[in-house]
Design a protein. Structure first.
Length: 62
């Protein structure tokens, strides 16, 4: 289970969507979205944040 500090960021509707739907989104699409929304198009920063997020999730799961 993820820490409440992460899960509290989302509405109940969004939480339900996470549990019930699956979308196949490519790595490149994820990086582009992160870079555009958070880093003014900086792909290197987006890649770093993505990798850090994946590592946090892995540590919580395993």
């Amino acid at each position: 289970m993820l820490p409440s500090s992460l899960t509290n960021m989302f509405s109940n509707y969004e939480k339900q969507e996470f549990k019930t739907s699956q979308k196949n989104i490519s790595y490149d699409e994820i990086i582009k979205k992160i870079s555009n929304e958070c880093f003014n198009g900086d792909l290197q920063k987006a890649k770093k944040v993505y990798e850090e997020a994946i590592n946090v999730i892995k540590r919580q799961i395993w």
